[in-house]
Design a protein around this ligand. Sequence first.
Ligand code: ADP
Length: 713
Amino acid sequence: YKDVYGKGKPIDIDPRDRKLSFSAIKVLASRYLLKDAKTWRFKETPQMMFRRVAHAIAEAEFVYCRNKGNSDEYCSEATKFWEEKFYEIMSDLRFLPNSPTLMNAGTRLGILSACFVIPVRDAITTPEGDGIYDAVRAQAIIFQQGGGTGFDFSELRPEGDIVASTGGVASGPISFMKMFDANTDVIKQGGKRRGANMGVLHVWHPDIEKFIDAKSGKLKDINLQNFNISVGVYDYFMDAVIKKSKVPLINPRRTNVRPDLGNDSRFYIISKARHYLNEDWVQEAILEELESKGGSIWIDETVMVTIDEAMAIAEDKDAIVKYEDASKLFEKIVRNAWDSGDPGLLFVDTINRRHPVWYLGKINATNPCGEQPLLPWESCNLGSIDLSKYVYIDSEGMPRIAWRQLAEDLRVIARFMDNVIDVAKWPLPQLEQAIKRTRKIGVGVMGWAYMLIKLGIPYDSVDAIYLAYHLAEWIEYNLALASIELAKERGSFPIYDSSKYKPTWLTAKPLEELLNIAGIKDRPSKKVLELLSDRPLVNWNYIEKLRKEVGMRNATLTSIAPTGTISILAGTSSSIEPIFAVAYERHVTVGTFIEIDPLFLEYLRKYELDNADMIKLVAERGSLSEIPFVPRSLKTLFRTAHDIEPKWHVLHQAVWQQWVCAGVSKTVNLRFDATVEDVREVYILAWLLGCKGITVYRDKSKAQQVIYVGVKM
Ligand code: ADP
């Protein structure tokens, strides 16, 4: 405040800024609040930052309003109206957009989205700008402004393969990845954030073993430190693991059938023809295409092949390098994930089966933390609601959920997120073109663990799972309504096709099915059914009718991000994760913090246990499970990530995923003594439950981790 208001002026702290925790202020001061380039003094307070963002994002309103022929005066009023709404939800910390929006909105920098996927074709550069070094350039530009990038490296020819133009040998995807990694190291010095990447290699690639080993064993604290890596696996692969059969490794370059086709189309065909033909929806789509286009498969808007060609591509003997035991590869994957956290898995079939605009092509990669499966050049802006702020105490002293207020806020949020796409400045034309055809947005949640604690529901309980499922449905429902409403006002996203569009709500698995797969026999308690009885009814038939009549403004609506930073700002638990520890040390770019969970402290006070000895003991252990004199109810409510059995972690991810259009970022945190077998079970369960990907992290398995539990004070 001194910095902003200058010397001599009385310091009048905005009461809303007083709600921010010490860590929140530290984080804001480090990179979010604008500073004067010369004096390095702050130019804004946190409230001024929220105002800057609200103002910048509301500007889109003015343009839409004017385009409809309204007067300037009227449009200024309307813009102001929405600016106030946007400011209110942010300053009350009920909703926060992803970091790039907070950092860049209303400034010279234009990237407002956190998630990007960049194509990497098998060429040094290409005229279209999607070769290897074009991708390196795109990555640098995106990092500079605080975005994160994901890549599928599967199109790169394997190590040792021929380079025709030089007669040399190819170095393969893993060595190219090192260059992307080094690029990240270089850029982070001057950029907005550290830089984060997702590297994907599909399980059919000949270099897959090398990829699986790239970050484990001796290499784990050395290689590809700015990457999360994931193996892209298909249903046929998981089946082969269970049946212990072999799978082909395919060289993306060696093929004689339709050499004119781009690699991406080729893989699309391979996967469609080889692995998808048994899937009803693809078969239907193909048959429909065959009928309408006279016997050919429609790949995307430009490429067509005949069904015979497709089968020939799928069975192209020249392309198959060898056959490998699926279970051997899988064992390697789970052993390394146990050892170092990498690689995770992406379930490519699940992702594509549930991709609402599947007719644009096949998705092969995600952003760094996995919550956004995207097509080449696509991006997505994220924003998260703090669920814990929607718990209130009724007149009888019982905690309840403010369902209607949540619905109202979601309507404002959808608008905010749609505006972000227009207000952003896109540094590469491909990025602008890709986002503007689908207008994908990703509304997510944080504070889920806090909400459960406030409601008195343990995280590892059927009650929590029941509530998650119905809450996720409520969020998706209200956003669908909001997006339809926006379509009425602003038009549908350009490539919307009401007969092809595949809504998320039509592909959600029933809750009973998920519980059965996980072997959960318990049923919800009366308490949860009562909480749910406050929820107004949803009518998906009505939504479908409206959608077909009116359209949709956004191809995807929901996405659950890790909320690593914005949950600190909001003072809540992150994403849908259980609380990590009741006391912990947090390592972030700006320093190390020792923190006691504030909600936990509140409860200790309630029980008059907030004495120094108790706090010291808890901080040393990190968890309450082994501490005497702590009431049982407190122990069950404050069970931490490591106290909770892996199965519950996966279930939470899976139930939220059912109503989420994009993906769910979640880490299944395992105790140090977890076994390889535990990891195997988690990976298989995640696939069976319909997750789009899965990651584990075993405590202390790496030399450096962001948060440590159990600190000696
Ligand atoms: P935040 O809380 O800062 O908004 P999240 O932790 O929710 O961000 O992460 C959301 C996404 O933002 C990630 O999946 C990734 O795409 C991107 N991201 C996060 N941290 C970084 C980083 N240090 N550098 C680049 N991108 C990042």
